[in-house]
Design a protein around this ligand. Structure first.
Ligand code: FPP
Length: 274
């Protein structure tokens, strides 16, 4: 089993897993991996400032962490990965920084599209995508279209995303259906809400990873995180590597999840019918 995992994680790379990675892999139970991992990619700015670099260098370095994390999650067999790339509040940042983030998004999509396809990963942007600049929307349309039949893993890229705005959009859509006579308000339940979110049809995240030492949810997946296990680290996102992901997964497997009950039980997924 370990040998198989090592081979899987070595992939096409020259450098195989480190000793620590191998030890973590040996502890990992592949049959009990989280189905859905969510990540708040935080700490890019502080990483750069510590090195006397502009904040945007931190974002650029963060793309490498994203690339490695996406690949490892897909190789391990995680079904859904959601990453917080740009929040509805991030528009408050200086114009230059916002522009660089949008350009990085376009660059990332063009550079990674072949890798996403080769690894059978479907890109699913979540957020108010219609409000992004045209070049970002165009690159997203290309990536969504090219990856639409991929089935190994869904990569939710949260862009112009806010948990509260997502709920506003869900409420609007539910009210429209009710006013059109297609939905009886008395029949609205938790599943109705889940199925009107950007993540409709997906299981809720089992594990949330937040690097950079802050202990906040930052308006991320507010509905979906109800019973998610949190794993925080002081490592800044640009330094986040495969070893940290494996640490989070091993730690996750040591938790007892009770979902409000008394015994270990099956996960209640409000966003999925499966
Ligand atoms: C938060 O760090 C990070 C962001 C607002 C952007 C995240 C973007 C990336 C990781 C690059 C990859 C992105 C795309 C679009 C593919 P921060 O700047 O708030 O860090 P700080 O808290 O240290 O200031």
């Amino acid at each position: 089993m370990l040998k198989n995992l090592v081979r899987v994680l070595r992939g096409g790379r020259k450098k195989g897993p480190s000793l620590e990675e191998e030890s973590l892999l040996a502890q990992l139970d592949l049959t009990r991996l989280p189905r859905h991992v969510a990540i708040i990619m935080d700490g890019n700015g502080r990483w750069a400032q510590k090195r006397g670099l502009p904040r945007t260098s931190g974002h650029r370095a963060g793309v490498e962490s994203l690339r490695e994390t996406v690949r490892t999650c897909a190789e391990l067999g995680i079904g859904y990965l959601t990453v917080y790339a740009f929040s509805t509040e991030n528009w408050k940042r200086p114009r230059d920084e916002v522009d660089v983030l949008m350009d990085l998004l376009v660059e990332y999509l063009h550079r990674e599209i072949e890798e996403l396809c080769a690894n059978n990963i479907r890109l699913h942007p979540i957020g108010r995508i219609q409000e992004l600049p045209p070049h970002a929307r165009k690159a997203l349309e290309m990536a969504v279209s090219r990856t639409r039949n991929n089935q190994r893993m869904v990569l939710n890229l949260a862009l112009n995303y806010g948990g509260r705005v997502e709920l506003v959009d869900a409420v609007r859509s539910i009210v429209k259906e009710a006013l059109a006579g297609n939905l009886d308000p008395e029949q609205i339940n938790e599943f109705t809400i889940s199925s009107h979110l950007y993540t409709a049809g997906q299981p809720d995240p089992d594990l949330l990873i937040r690097p950079s030492g802050d202990y906040r949810v930052s308006n991320f997946l507010l509905w979906q995180l109800s019973y998610t296990e949190f794993w925080m680290t002081s490592v800044m996102w640009p330094d986040f590597r495969r070893v940290h992901l494996l640490q989070a997964l091993v730690d996750f497997q040591q938790r007892e999840r009770r979902f409000g009950g008394l015994n270990r039980g099956e996960k209640k997924c409000s966003g999925t019918e499966s």
